[in-house]
Design a protein around this ligand. Structure first.
Ligand SMILES: Cc1ncc(COP(=O)(O)O)c(C=O)c1O
Length: 400
């Protein structure tokens, strides 16, 4: 095995040859050329429909799609390929569970106070069916509070829907403890893994989660791809969400027989190039090694934190310790709008960061904060880039 070499990794991302410091990875990662080439392979060599026609091209599509499913299964440690459902994004995966479970009036769902809209709104929408949504508050510094979870649990709780790593501040929630606590009360757990799968080793079986959703586009994969993992017995019991072509074994004018897993949930013609590209992204992540990726991000976050957190004009969001914030550095420059800071960083040195509420409006509203600036690091970012970013932020601080 060769060691992690960031300069070598960067060569796989042609866009980095531009004047660009890309720190918007929590929103969307860049794509290595291996992923783009794999997608092109579909369009150039077997651009056909899977799952239906019996000809050569179609069979190749089926083969490649199932290889991709196997790659996803290996990446997240799922027990079988039937438990891997391809969806368009993490949001669709979460909605699939929200629509697929059988809800009764009075059932309760627990979420945390730092959920992305994608893991909040689908549950709030269930209020229309009489479902009660409880919000489990975290500690002052944004870390998880297990006692508050225990206090939220009741005989009516059906599901805990919790983010694995927060896109707001990078804090990782203690999923294994949350699952133990929930299961001891007969409650299922759905994990929003949009910010964990791309950045750290995840094993859904070790964590014993019931459902787990993540996005392809944050994990070096194509846009419009995502995955829902679910335990087989639960997925089998769940009702279908979108139905039509491919979700049935047979149909008459009167009715139809449901397809088996995983196709039961994969309606209509699929984004074959995207799915196959996602498989390649999983392969790439495993080849580089998620431990190495995590280490690189932590190193960069430690550097940014040590250089900026002492600045009295910087307000950091989340725990002060960099090691508790994965690869996420979220902050405000006192007296300045987050969007203005982001625009200045882009204009001066081509530094791409996220600004605003990052789809965690509920948290910002509760804290009466307009928004923030988020720099999020990934495997291709370097210490030099962090230093350029720090210097520009310091210059902006001097303007106020
Ligand atoms: C924590 C978290 N959950 C869910 C999502 C939504 O992901 P997708 O766009 O794949 O639906 C995001 C995207 O930013 C996220 O950061």
């Amino acid at each position: 095995m060769f060691g992690f070499n960031v300069e070598k990794v960067r060569k796989d991302f042609p866009v980095l040859s531009q004047r660009l410091v890309y720190f918007d990875n929590a929103c969307m990662s860049l794509k290595p050329k291996q992923v783009v080439e794999k997608m092109n392979e579909y369009y150039e060599k077997y651009p056909a429909c899977g799952g239906r026609s019996g000809h050569r091209l179609s069979r190749e599509v089926d083969y490649q799609v199932e290889l991709a499913r196997r790659e996803v299964q290996k990446l997240i440690g799922a027990g079988s390929q039937e438990e891997i459902i391809f969806v368009r994004n993490a949001t669709e995966g979460i909605n699939l569970v929200a629509h697929g479970l059988d809800w009764e009036k009075g059932d309760e769902v627990i979420v945390t106070d730092k959920e992305h809209n994608s893991n909040l709104i689908p549950w709030l929408k269930l209020k229309e069916e009489g479902v009660v949504v409880r919000v489990c508050k975290g500690n002052e510094d944004g870390t998880f509070n297990l006692k508050n979870l225990r206090d939220c649990l009741s005989k009516k709780t059906k599901l805990v829907a919790v983010v694995h790593v927060s896109n707001l501040d990078g804090v990782e929630n203690p999923i294994a403890d949350i699952v133990k606590t929930a299961h001891a009360n007969g409650v299922w757990v759905l994990v929003d893994g949009a910010q964990s799968v791309p950045h750290k080793e995840v094993d859904v079986r070790k964590l014993d989660v019931d459902f787990f959703a993540f996005s392809g586009h944050k994990a070096l994969g194509p846009t419009g791809t995502g995955v829902l993992y679910g335990k087989k017995d639960l997925l089998n019991k769940m009702c279908q969400f979108i139905v039509g072509g491919q979700t049935v074994l047979d149909s008459t004018y009167e009715g139809y027989d449901e397809e088996l897993l995983p196709k039961k949930f994969e309606a209509g013609l699929q984004d074959y190039a995207g799915i196959i590209g996602l498989g390649e992204a999983c392969r790439y992540l495993k080849r580089i090694g998620l431990k190495e990726i995590e280490k690189q991000e932590e190193k960069l976050n430690k550097l940014a934190t040590s250089l900026l957190s002492g600045n009295e004009k910087i307000e950091l969001i989340g725990p002060r310790e960099a090691e508790k914030r994965s690869g996420v550095f979220t902050f405000n420059v006192k007296g300045m709008r987050s969007h203005d800071v982001a625009k200045m960083l882009d204009a001066s040195k081509g530094i791409a960061v996220r600004s605003g509420a990052f789809c965690v409006h509920s948290w910002f509203n509760a804290h009466k904060i307009d928004g923030a600036v988020r720099a999020s690091f990934y495997l291709y970012n370097t210490e030099d880039e962090v230093r350029v970013f720090v210097k520009e932020v310091e210059k902006i601080c001097e303007l106020v």
